[in-house]
Design a protein around this ligand. Structure first.
Ligand SMILES: NC(=O)c1ccc[n+]([C@@H]2O[C@H](COP(=O)([O-])OP(=O)(O)OC[C@H]3O[C@@H](n4cnc5c(N)ncnc54)[C@H](O)[C@@H]3O)[C@@H](O)[C@H]2O)c1
Length: 276
């Protein structure tokens, strides 16, 4: 039986680990080849460990183990020329582009908006909002040239529709991703390119599940197990965090032709957290 995205090529940012790696593997399992990029290095203001080149190489190894091809490049989503070169090279090697998953992002240490410094604000806007636009922009000429339509999936967050104290930079960027999606969906519709947004609650990746987050959100708690209990209380389905594959399954649906008439959607994958 053919896979759900058999023969398609997907460009995925932030693919060295976490949700990005999971998206690459899930789409590869269903028959897609992958163009992957990741910064693979430290980012100012990010207090949890970032991945290195070895992590992106591991993603490549795992995709190849599924008998799919991958072109993986170290690139920063803030650098349009580097992104464009990575996508152009990937398309030259793999022959086409059908899917863009703009997933790369950071959870940089914040402060109240009254006290946040401009660099902290700007770094997050540059990666989590402008970087999402630049990633889509790098892929769009290939989607149009293919003449087969396509799917762009932008990673927002439940923070894309609600406030979060101490994370105004992140929340503003994730709200911005929704506006970006709505406009891109209109602008790309006549090319039969669909544009949608996924909005996860906490996911079990180094961004969310790390000592710094435990301390930031619950400085009153003694240990991470207590944080898991507190985290579960934000989600009516009572899980502290979801696994990356839970998001990847939603990405797969939006990337595949099963959702061929779905565009402009904000899809919460949030264990019910937005109900509260
Ligand atoms: N983990 C969560 O709880 C959660 C919840 C909602 C939304 N999100 C969003 O999901 C996306 C994926 O995050 P994750 O949970 O997998 O975290 P993660 O830290 O495991 O992965 C993020 C990846 O993006 C890469 N990246 C960061 N800045 C980059 C840049 N400038 N250029 C290229 N690559 C860069 C990182 O190196 C990393 O591999 C992010 O957009 C994040 O904001 C995460």
């Amino acid at each position: 039986m053919p896979g759900r995205v058999e023969g398609k090529v997907a460009f995925i940012t932030g693919a060295a680990r976490g949700q990005g790696r999971s998206h690459a593997l899930r789409l590869a399992q269903e028959g897609a080849d992958i163009i992957a990029v990741d910064i693979c290095g430290p980012v100012d203001g990010v207090m949890y460990p970032m991945p290195g080149p070895g992590d992106l190489a591991e993603t490549a190894k795992e995709v190849e183990a599924l008998d799919r091809r991958i072109v993986a490049t170290q690139a920063d989503v803030r650098d349009f020329e580097a992104l464009k070169a990575a996508v152009d090279d990937g398309v030259a090697q793999l022959g086409r582009l059908d899917i863009v998953v703009a997933n790369a992002g950071i959870g940089a240490l914040g402060a109240s908006l009254a006290k946040m410094d401009s660099k902290t604000w700007q770094d997050t806007i540059d990666i989590n909002l402008t970087g999402v636009w630049l990633s889509a922009k790098a892929g769009i000429p290939h989607l149009i040239a293919g003449g087969r339509g396509g799917s762009i999936v932008l990673t927002s967050s439940v923070g894309g529709v609600k406030g979060m104290e101490g994370a105004g930079h992140y929340v503003a960027a994730k709200h911005g991703v929704i506006g970006l999606m709505r406009t891109l969906a209109l602008e790309m519709a006549h090319h039969k390119v669909r544009v949608n947004t996924i909005m996860p609650t906490q996911v079990n990746t180094p961004m969310a599940v790390n000592e710094g987050t435990f301390r930031l959100f619950r400085p009153d708690l003694e240990n991470p197990d207590d944080f898991a209990v507190a985290s579960a209380m934000t989600n009516p389905l009572q899980v502290p965090w979801m696994e990356p594959v839970d998001i990847s399954n939603a990405v797969l649906f939006l990337a595949s032709d099963e959702s061929r008439y779905i565009t402009g959607l904000m899809l919460p994958v949030d264990a019910g957290s937005l109900l509260k």
